[in-house]
Design a binder for this molecule. Structure first.
Ligand SMILES: [Fe+2]
Length: 196
């Protein structure tokens, strides 16, 4: 398994900008916390895989910020000769399925994009809860962690380029993902705000 340092080096090598790298570091931090709690609850979770998978999940953003960064990210990771359990994080971090019809329309591969393993679910969920911004005052990146996915759902509802049916499908998937991950931590809220 890659070390954290090696994973960050790969992000830089691929050409990810600082905001993307900081986002990946923040997601990795939160995802690792969730994974540790899941492990305490005796779920068979590979904490290291969560940490590194989260660091690499957005590597495709070195090339594009469109939905195509999922497939591209996975290709970049394959080019770095990484195994499938790591390359998959790039493709399954949205936490929602994409219908064959939508995949065609969006120009991405037709496949099941819903996260399957515990590790993939944790990373996809942590990704939904994480935001970073640069504080000019402190000249430092600040990590923001949401308590749940409700902000993501409100954002989605306002989208004009999706039909109501598509929105409902995504919302259902996100709620399912949230429940799956919260069940790993026995529905206890994490002290997200203390992660900064
Ligand atoms: Fe992300």
């Amino acid at each position: 398994m890659l070390t954290r340092k090696q994973a960050i080096k790969l992000l830089k090598k691929a050409g990810c900008r600082d905001n993307v790298i900081q986002h990946c570091i923040a997601v990795s931090k939160l995802a690792t916390e969730i994974a540790k709690k899941a492990k305490e609850n005796r779920f068979p979770v590979d904490i290291k895989l969560v940490e590194i998978g989260a660091l690499l999940h957005d590597i495709g953003r070195s090339s594009t910020h469109t939905i195509k960064h999922w497939n591209i990210g996975s290709e970049i990771l394959k080019d770095f000769s990484l195994p499938a359990n790591l390359t998959r994080f790039a493709e399954v971090h949205a936490g929602t399925k994409i219908s064959a019809e939508d995949a065609k329309r969006l120009g991405i591969k037709e496949k099941d994009y819903y996260p399957k393993t515990i590790e993939e679910k944790i990373v996809a969920y942590a990704d939904k809860l994480t935001k970073v911004r640069f504080s000019r005052k402190n000249q430092k990146w600040k990590f923001i962690f949401y308590e749940d996915i409700s902000h993501e759902i409100s954002k989605l509802k306002k989208k004009k380029d999706l039909s109501d049916e598509q929105k409902n499908r995504i919302i259902n998937d996100l709620i399912m993902l949230e429940n799956e991950v919260l069940s790993l931590i026995k529905f206890k809220k994490l002290p997200y705000t203390s992660l900064n």
